[in-house]
Write a protein that binds this ligand. Structure first.
Ligand code: SAM
Length: 218
């Protein structure tokens, strides 16, 4: 997959590229490119935003700046999905992540301050996605959330089997995952459930399915 992120702060992503699961798929299943709007802005002195028409606080990311950035990279309107990250978009769920992980090429647009000139969302983007019903200061964290969630669905990102029984997975019919325990078997009087120490795989599977159902119903 080719994943392109446009942002006012491309260096914010540096730490992420060294961490698994992203590091495991970079250069093989995933090509991640980071583009800064300032590198291609047609305005002077690296300007990328401007005051809102009609007044009000904050600066708005300019449509001509984002159009120039896309043109510089794609040499014309992109044929793949271009996602504007905004709290006003379609809410991100695991189902949306699975859908996006199937794409061959994706572009993520992030903004800061007051956000996008609406014409970016209307005319330059094909989708708008929110990572949750709250407002962050910029689109870098939302972009990182999407990059991480997509990268871990790509082949080779995770150890064999570890992505299959997760919360929201098809294997668990969309339910939450069951609880996990590791050594010691008892700590401060808090015991690991007996069944997990039994070595009886059938009973363990039943217990896990029940736990998964119970915690999803909460
Ligand atoms: C301070 S926010 C702008 C909020 C906007 N004025 C509003 O009230 O809807 C600045 C930028 O951060 C990003 N952002 C903030 N919260 C987000 C969220 N929940 N999901 C996706 N992107 C978000 C978007 O790129 C947004 O344009």
């Amino acid at each position: 997959m080719q994943l392109d992120v446009f942002t006012p702060i491309p260096h914010a992503f540096a730490w992420m590229t060294e961490q698994r699961p992203l590091a495991s798929v970079l250069g093989t299943e995933l090509d991640l490119r980071l583009f800064g709007y300032r590198d291609t802005t047609p305005l002077r002195a690296g300007q990328i935003d401007d005051e809102p028409y009609g007044g009000g606080a904050g600066m708005v990311l300019r449509v001509d700046v984002v159009a120039a950035a896309l043109e510089a990279v794609y040499d014309g309107p992109p044929e793949h999905r271009v996602i504007a990250l905004t709290p006003q978009g379609r809410q991100l769920t695991q189902a949306v992540v699975e859908e996006l992980a199937e794409e061959e090429h994706l572009t993520l647009l992030s903004a800061r301050f007051e956000g996008f000139d609406e014409r970016i969302v209307q005319h330059l983007a094909s989708d708008a996605i929110s990572i949750g019903p709250y407002v962050l200061s910029g689109g870098e964290l939302p972009a990182m959330v999407l990059v991480d969630a997509i990268a871990r669905r790509l082949p080779g990102a995770l150890a064999e089997g570890s992505g299959e029984h997760e919360s929201f997975s098809a294997d668990l019919e969309g339910r939450l995952e069951y609880p996990h325990y590791t050594r010691p078997p008892e700590f401060s009087g808090w015991k690991v459930p007996e069944v997990l120490l039994s070595g009886h795989h059938g009973r363990i599977d039943d217990w896990r399915r029940t736990q998964s159902r119970e915690r999803t119903a909460l």
